[in-house]
Design a protein. Structure first.
Length: 235
């Protein structure tokens, strides 16, 4: 994440000439980047709204990503990363592992995927999940997974791996917006982190969409996030 923010900082300051940001925000790994911005460049970030993400990837989240990685690399066509053609069997397997985590148990119980236009569970697994990953490069995905797994603002230079110390250094008004049933980033994790941020608070997105409450597909969840963003910007 720190590499991501270093590149973004160069873009913003050297190429765009911006010295201070109104607000930093992002979903999922973008939320992790939001935390990293607030820790690495507190003088530039007066306000921050990470949604459906965290300042440090939890061990449970890390283990989930190990399963996703194993599904992809088990494809014989992956060839240790030196594939000539996309390892589509592994990509489809990765998608099916991901499918059990991106949305909540209640989402599947209620068959809410039908609201997205899918006629059955299998239709959803193929049309949404497999389609989401089948066109992506396998090594690029593994690089993203590694970045996600290693996310930890405590590893920012000057904090010696101390997550609490890093969170305490955030100067921004930081409103974290987790989703009620997010299986990656549960609200309890964000409530723990928020207690160490001087200007920290948590607003929980209600509902059953889990991690994808932040994905823009559900207008109700999107309106909730927009409401928080507008409030923080206006403060």
């Amino acid at each position: 994440m720190l590499d991501n923010i270093n590149a973004q900082h160069t873009l913003v300051t050297e190429h765009l000439g911006i010295e201070r940001l109104a607000l930093v925000t992002g979903w999922s790994m973008g939320a992790g980047q939001t935390y990293q911005w607030a820790v690495r460049h507190p003088e530039m970030v007066p306000k921050a709204v990470p949604f459906c993400g965290s300042a440090k990837t939890s061990l449970h989240n890390f283990v989930f990503l190990e399963g996703v990685q194993a599904a992809l690399t088990a494809d014989a066509g992956f060839r240790g990363g030196f594939y000539d053609t996309p390892p589509t069997t592994g990509l489809r397997a990765l998608a099916r592992v991901y499918a059990g985590w991106g949305f909540s148990q209640a989402f599947y119980w209620d068959e809410t995927f039908r609201e997205l236009g899918y006629s059955s569970l299998e239709d959803f697994l193929i049309g949404f999940w497999e389609d989401l990953f089948i066109g992506k490069d396998a090594n690029d995905l593994l690089c993203m997974l590694w970045t996600w797994q290693q996310a930890d603002v405590g590893r920012t230079p000057g904090y010696d791996g101390d997550l609490r110390k890093a969170l305490s250094a955030i100067r921004a008004r930081l409103c974290s917006v987790p989703a009620e049933k997010d299986l990656y980033f549960p609200p309890e994790d964000e409530q723990w982190s928020s207690q160490f941020i001087p200007g920290g608070e948590v607003r929980v997105i209600p509902g059953t969409w889990g991690h994808f409450a932040g994905g823009g597909a559900n207008p109700t969840d999107t309106a909730f996030i927009d409401g928080v963003l507008k409030e923080v910007l206006a403060s």
